[in-house]
Design a protein around this ligand. Structure first.
Ligand code: AMP
Ligand code: ZN
Ligand code: FE
Ligand code: FE
Length: 282
């Protein structure tokens, strides 16, 4: 068993890098990839723990990109060598865009009459403060009944507190990952064109033409039908296959590392080795 999609508390998970490695060992993973949103801090922190435990740790990332007018998640894997300094610098720029959005989001919420400060939100979100952290503070303050309610009332794209964050174009994200020796993989494709399989096929074909190297076939949100269809798309468009639970600890309590939701996940060990071949494809 391996797991190529997980989050630490350096993004929106709740496990520290050390705790995530320990959990990987506990459930018997052969390889683990940490794919935090917009940062390598969780991976960096986990390296010594994984080395000490003898667990294969694969460097990864998950980026929110803009493609055809929608927000699309893109995974990047660096199985051969750590990502370049250029890529890290670019992530720093993305963090600045995020902070800029957070400043505007606080102003917007205050203008709606809510008493909330950026300091309160950043206390729990730290460098990767995002809307889930805003949601938690809104709940603590009694402005929403739970996190979902906070999104519905204020933070969702359709809600009255929403402010846009500048997202990187998919084309640029693909280029940057490839230039840094990485393998870009389309994350959880069922979010892209739900139940519209022909549309998804055209979409994946376009992305393959832009440099996409793989598609996330295995995921906690994928049905067996999804898995077989996405695998057929990978074969059809000569893409590699990745898979993982999208573990977030207590933030997504139904998802277990390695085994997904109610044991619905079983990512073949061979995919970890295949990632290295995909990274060497030129
Ligand atoms: P951010 O990157 O700060 O804009 O936050 C994005 C994160 O917010 C996503 O990864 C989700 O975890 C969460 N999120 C976005 N929209 C919703 C929603 N409508 N309901 C619940 N969670 C959401
Ligand atoms: Zn996440
Ligand atoms: Fe995602
Ligand atoms: Fe994720």
């Amino acid at each position: 068993m391996i797991d190529l999609h997980s989050h630490t508390d350096e993004s929106d998970g709740t496990f520290t890098p050390a705790e995530l490695v320990a959990e990987g060992v506990r459930v018997g993973l052969r390889a683990l990839s940490i794919t935090d949103h917009d940062t390598f801090a969780g991976y960096d922190g986990a390296v010594p723990y994984a080395a000490a435990a003898g667990l294969e740790l694969i460097c990864g990332i998950e980026l929110s990109t803009r493609y055809q007018g929608a927000s699309v998640h893109l995974l990047g894997y660096f199985p051969l060598a750590p990502p370049s300094a250029e890529l890290r610098a670019w992530l720093g720029w993305m963090l600045e865009m995020r902070r800029d959005r957070n400043i505007r989001l606080i102003a917007k919420l205050q203008s709606l009459g809510l008493e909330i400060t950026l300091k309160e939100v950043e206390k729990i979100g730290r460098t990767l403060t995002g809307r889930p952290h805003f949601a938690r503070v809104l709940v603590e303050k009694g402005y929403a009944t739970d996190v979902q309610n906070a999104f519905d009332l204020y933070l969702d794209e359709s809600a009255r507190g929403f402010v846009q964050r500048q997202e990187v174009p998919m084309e640029e994200a693909l280029e940057r990952i490839l230039a840094s020796g990485g393998v870009p993989s389309l994350a959880h494709p069922n979010r892209v064109a739900k139940n519209n399989w022909e549309k998804l096929a055209a979409y994946v074909e376009d992305l393959a033409g832009l440099g996409m190297r793989a598609i996330e076939v295995y995921h906690s949100d994928h049905s067996p039908e999804n898995v077989s269809y996405y695998a057929s798309l990978a074969e059809r468009f000569n893409l590699g296959i990745t898979g993982g639970s999208d573990f977030h600890g207590a933030n997504k309590p139904l998802i277990s590392l390695g085994t997904g939701k109610r044991n619905n996940l079983n990512v073949p060990d061979a995919l970890a080795e295949n990632l290295k071949d995909l990274a060497m494809r030129s």
